[in-house]
Design a protein around this ligand. Structure first.
Ligand code: FAD
Length: 404
């Protein structure tokens, strides 16, 4: 800004507005959305004395950031910290209204969290504003959860794909554009490829069917990644890599699944389709983020798996739950888990390790949710009936490459 003032405010779709800051001469407005030209999450207005400012579109902003390392560092740092503050402080982004803990609300919370989009969730039965909105719009229980955009538009029971388009998370693709490189998957490997290709001046499109970060995005704390001696959460790592890719001009479109690879006509752009499956239920989870931890706070849970991802999840969950049964099919953890995790698990008093054991049955229904599991000890053929409310599965993943 050259002179005057810009008042920056956070705003949500329910018409709440709160001041964030006032920028003066020499300062920059904006946050991460501006880097890729996505819709703004915060708002800026000229102050009472007006203002004179230089405006940058996304392409020129990226040219500025890449062209000068010093200016680029200041802008990137400010944008990242501002987005973190918008996520942590609430009051901006999307408002979700639904039943706390219901599978669709948990799915949407996970989708927005893993894509770094600010949001809050209101419970329709206990939150007055949430209930009033549902009554005013005449929303049926089957149409929950509602998603309210920062501008007040409302979507009923959206899929992840619909939510991505609605909030501007999903990039609008130009079917005529031809890219130098297309990267399928925005996990660590995909984002690294995008950063290196884009920083060499190639045009890059990254597609992911779910969220940035891939499996690593689900990790509570990664401690063996080069350059992070104190460890880093998977989401923080994914966020950094994502912003680095955007800085160099890579385009990232989520959630889009690549269904087919068409080699016949080199002029044909990649074939993509919008398709997202619901894989998580209320009681069975394939990762352990703060959302799942909140769902099973103070409960008895079981976690199946003996690898490092299972170990990290145990260390993360155990302080939050009443008791955690760790179910391992092998004879112990030594062959499959890093020593530092085995030692930490050994120091957790509420973790019960069941080696040589598998889960053979689950009990519960749609109304009660999960109520119990049956464990089978393979060494003596004994079974153990264990009442519990949540099951975590960390039993491996198959590469999704058959389409290729
Ligand atoms: C909970 C957990 C904790 C972990 N902790 C550690 C750790 O501490 N240290 C460590 O070294 N490793 C850890 N790992 C393993 C590590 O995360 C993986 O090795 C790493 O993520 C692999 O990276 P990748 O980019 O190759 O693939 P992935 O992370 O699997 O990413 C693949 C991406 O491709 C997308 N995709 C797949 N098919 C398609 C398609 N057809 N169209 C569009 N998108 C598609 C997926 O949605 C996904 O986002 C952990 C894994 C988990 C699950």
């Amino acid at each position: 800004m050259i002179e005057g003032e810009i008042d920056v405010v956070r705003r949500d779709g329910l018409d709440h507005e709160a001041a964030i800051t006032t920028h003066g001469a020499g300062q920059i407005t904006g946050e991460l959305s501006q880097l890729s030209g996505r819709p703004s999450i915060a708002r800026g207005r000229a102050g009472v004395r007006g203002c004179v400012a230089v405006s940058f579109d996304a392409a020129h902003l990226r040219a500025l950031v890449v062209g000068s390392a010093e200016v680029g560092e200041v802008i990137m740092r400010a944008f990242i910290l501002r987005r973190v503050a918008l996520i942590q402080d609430g009051g901006s982004g999307s408002v979700l209204v639904g039943v706390t803990g219901s599978p669709d609300l948990v799915r949407l919370q996970g989708f927005l969290t893993r894509n770094g989009y600010p949001h809050i969730a209101l419970d329709v039965s206990s939150d007055g504003e949430g209930r009033a909105l549902v009554e005013r719009l005449g929303v049926l229980p089957a149409e929950l959860p509602l998603m309210v955009s920062p501008h007040g538009d409302v979507l009923r029971a959206p899929t992840d794909a619909e939510a991505g388009v609605f909030l501007g998370i999903t990039l609008e693709l130009n079917p005529d554009a031809v890219y130098d490189v297309m990267v399928v998957g925005a996990g660590p490997a995909g984002l690294a490829a995008a950063v290196y290709a884009a920083s060499e001046g190639l045009s890059v499109l990254v597609l992911d069917q779910r969220a940035i970060g891939g499996q690593a995005g689900a990790s509570a704390r990664i401690e063996n990644y080069l350059g992070f001696p104190t460890g880093i959460s998977g989401q923080a790592l994914a966020g950094r890599a994502f912003n680095q890719a955007l800085k160099f001009g890579a385009e990232v479109a989520i959630p889009l699944e690549v269904a087919r690879f068409d080699c016949d006509d080199p002029e044909t752009p990649p074939n993509t389709s919008l398709r997202v499956e619901l894989t998580d239920g209320r009681a069975v989870s394939y990762w352990a983020s703060p959302i799942e931890a909140k769902l099973c706070e103070g409960e008895v849970v079981a976690l199946v798996g003996g690898g490092n991802s299972a170990g990290q999840a145990v260390v993360f969950l155990a302080p939050k739950v009443k008791r955690l049964h760790l179910i391992v099919r092998g004879k112990g953890l030594q062959a499959t888990m890093s020593r530092y995790l085995i030692d930490r698990i050994g120091g957790l008093p509420n973790v019960e390790l069941h080696v040589g054991t598998e889960v053979i049955a689950l009990e519960g229904d749609r109304t009660t949710g999960l109520t119990a599991a049956v464990f089978h000890d393979r060494s003596n053929d004994a079974t153990l009936h264990c009442p519990l409310g949540h099951l975590f599965l960390f039993i491996g993943a198959e590469p999704n490459a058959s389409w290729l």
